[in-house]
Design a protein around this ligand. Structure first.
Ligand code: FE2
Length: 190
């Protein structure tokens, strides 16, 4: 019998019911000029004004409700607010380097765009033990699973929202699609 000594959760949600077109239009109006964080190229917005920008309110309400449920499931103290939110538009050749979200409890990403082809850039989460596993556990896998993998890839889908502990490092693969810009909204919750 196998027991999970420790486990790394992410919560996968579908927010397709939201007004994705209006949210996308709002984001595209905020992506110039670009700021530099984990992004290599790409267009990184400033933090959104969550009190003033009403188009975001249904999204924020759904995120906060799901985050509180996530905390209940994890049996930890509940989060109370979205600390900040921003968007990143990755065009051809753009990507986001490996990073965590310090000074936050939960983080998340939401994909409001119309189309996320496989080559527009998967989101990759690293196993929190990836550094020590990389010495002797890499290249031993017969089939990749939650016990033996150093990383997990997720292909974005329209309306997908992911919540995850802010300590999990992650990166966004290069957008190799010349026709599709990859739009993501990121946020921190505390
Ligand atoms: Fe991130």
């Amino acid at each position: 019998m196998i027991h999970n000594l420790f486990s790394t959760p992410i919560k996968h949600l579908n927010f397709k019911h939201l007004d994705l077109k209006s949210i996308t239009k709002y984001c595209l109006s905020k992506t110039e000029p670009s700021l530099a964080y984990s992004n290599e190229g790409g267009h990184h917005s400033n933090f959104f004004d969550l009190n003033f920008d009403e188009v975001l309110h249904p999204l924020c309400n759904d995120i906060l409700k799901a985050s509180k449920e996530f905390c209940d499931e994890l049996e930890v103290e509940s989060v109370t607010r979205i600390k900040n939110m921003w968007c990143i538009l990755n065009k051809f050749g753009h990507y986001n380097r490996d990073h965590t979200h310090p000074h936050s409890f939960l983080s998340g990403v939401f994909y409001p765009g119309e189309n996320y082809p496989k080559d527009s850039g998967d989101l990759t989460f690293r196993n929190p033990s990836h550094m020590v596993m990389s010495y002797d556990w890499d290249e031993k896998q017969k089939n990749f699973n939650q016990y033996n993998s150093l990383k997990m890839n997720i292909q974005p889908q329209t309306g997908m929202c992911l919540l995850f502990p802010s300590f999990i490092s992650h990166y966004v693969n290069v957008n190799k699609n010349k026709d599709i810009d990859r739009l993501a909204i990121s946020f921190n919750i505390e």
